[in-house]
Design a protein around this ligand. Structure first.
Ligand code: HSE
Length: 325
């Protein structure tokens, strides 16, 4: 057996614990958690066999750590840790859609200038392998459109309002209790979280970074019980739909509530599920549906990135950028 690679894990919240539980199912994987960096050392924790610290340098400065997995909330700290780790020659996995979505210009530089890999499947669509599909499988198939339900919390809220007549506030509380929502749930309901994810998909689909300033973004906060009832009487549902289209050389992106009918690909995508459809000129339309939020689905995507890293995988987008340049 190969000497196991050593992992330095940042964060042990919902996704960190989900990753840890997923990893435990693969005791023979050639990678093990060496150190975990958390903000609060005083909190009671599962994972008693793990070494916890609150000093990031214990991980970043440890030459025996090969892989950094960054699963924290704070996008600024995450960006610093990812950049330092890549500079130190470590491979990096992240789930931080806010940091990645806001820093795509830097991400593009990281992908083209470092030999180490930087993967982040868990940042988009929870357990759905969509970054990999867009970056790898569909990359040469001329993607023309991506449409998605990319935020589990807002989909969960709209579903509970539709099915049980819950109020927006009641449904949001439940989405928070289930660990789907962000610490700041405004990111979920405003459409901003979905727009970070859409930018990441645009970057992998086209090798270009669209300016989020040009996005049309509308919150679900103004969707009332009456709007949902009205849609229901017409046999429709309200969904927060993210959409990206490429026409000629223009990429247009929007995230807004839409009324969808029973024959829409997203009509039956309820609760915290996400769905993404990818339209290509070569092979037509493909729809992915699955758990878009929650500890185990998101943790499983982190684990799959780890397995890919161990096989020497990096994203293909850097080749695309080099071709465009
Ligand atoms: N808050 C996010 C969501 C978590 O609800 O989709 C997964 O990115």
């Amino acid at each position: 057996m190969k000497t196991p690679k050593k992992i330095g894990l940042f964060g042990f919240g919902t996704v960190g614990k989900g990753f840890y539980e997923n990893l435990k199912k693969y005791p023979h994987l050639a990678a093990q958690i060496a150190k975990v960096c958390v903000k609060r050392l005083d909190l009671p924790r599962i994972g008693h066999e793990l070494y916890f610290t609150d000093n990031p340098e214990e991980l970043l400065g440890d030459s025996e750590i090969d892989i950094i997995i960054e699963l924290i909330d704070d996008p600024d700290a995450a960006k610093t840790y990812v950049e330092k780790a890549l500079l130190a020659g470590k491979d990096v996995i992240s789930a931080n859609k806010k940091m990645i979505g806001e820093s795509l210009q830097n991400v593009a530089i990281w992908h083209t200038s470092f030999d180490s890999s930087f993967l982040y499947e868990a940042a988009v669509g929870g357990g759905i392998p969509i970054v990999n599909a867009v970056d790898g499988f569909f990359r040469d198939q001329e993607i023309t459109e991506i449409r998605g339900i990319l935020n589990g919390s807002s989909n969960y809220i709209l579903t509970q309002m539709q099915l049980h007549g819950w109020t927006f506030e009641q449904a949001l509380k439940e989405a928070q209790a289930k660990g789907f929502a962000e610490r700041n749930p405004l990111l979920d309901v405003s459409g901003i979280d979905a727009s970070y994810k859409l930018s990441i998909l645009a970057y992998h689909a086209f090798g270009e970074v669209p300016s989020m300033k040009s996005f049309e973004i509308e919150s679900i906060e103004n969707v009332t019980k009456e709007d949902i009832k009205r849609a229901k009487t017409k046999g429709r549902k309200i969904k927060l739909v993210a959409s990206l289209k490429k026409t000629n050389q223009e990429i247009s992106c929007s995230v807004k509530p839409e009324m969808v009918g029973a024959n829409d690909e997203f009509y039956s995508v309820d609760f915290e599920n996400n769905a993404i459809s990818v339209e290509t000129l070569i092979s037509g339309r493909h729809v992915f549906v699955g758990k878009g939020a929650g500890a185990m689905p998101t943790g499983s995507a982190v684990l799959e990135d780890l397995k890919r890293l161990l096989n020497g995988y990096s994203y293909q987008v850097s080749n695309r950028i080099k071709t465009l340049a």
